[in-house]
Design a protein around this ligand. Structure first.
Ligand SMILES: O=C(CO)[C@H](O)[C@H](O)COP(=O)(O)O
Length: 145
């Protein structure tokens, strides 16, 4: 899979997100503080990663900031993006299963190395449930204005 990763800082697990995704065989595109040329503010970095998904340059994205909130808010402004702020593996599994989330948002402050690995395991293995109620809910997200 091709995954865009954005962060507004190299603190916390930011660089580990990149190394773990690469170790698991994914192609990674980096944005914000993880890139040498780009603006490293959370709104701009998350926007670029989310647009990679929205515009087909990436299958999924991971967006990070100190709290995870700004990164998720910015990503969710992009059409077609369903960003989920995940604090543990259960939430990541639910985000994929019930929300068909395509962008994982993480807090650089809160996410430990161990919890990151668990979140990535759940996120990468997760699939949309296909349940009709979940399909209807996700479809309705595209209609909300
Ligand atoms: O969590 C965040 C936004 O939701 C930011 O990472 C936090 O505000 C720190 O940003 P800065 O280093 O630019 O002050």
């Amino acid at each position: 899979m091709r995954v865009s990763v954005a962060a507004d800082s190299k603190d916390g697990v930011a660089e580990r997100v990149v190394s773990e995704l690469r170790r698991r065989g994914h192609e990674v595109v980096t944005h914000g503080a993880l890139s040498d040329e780009e603006r490293d503010d959370w709104a701009w970095a998350s926007e670029l990663a989310a647009k990679d998904v929205s515009e087909g340059r990436a299958d999924q994205a991971v967006v990070c900031c100190w709290t995870g909130t700004g990164a998720s808010i910015a990503a969710n402004k992009v059409a077609g993006v369903r960003a989920a702020l995940c604090v543990d593996a259960y939430t990541a599994d639910g985000a994929r299963k019930w929300n068909d989330a395509n962008v994982l948002a993480l807090s650089l402050r809160l996410t430990s190395d161990v919890v990151l690995d668990e979140i990535l395991d759940a996120w990468l293995a997760g699939r949309p449930s296909g349940d009709s109620a979940d399909v209807a809910n996700v479809s309705h997200l595209g209609e909300i204005r």
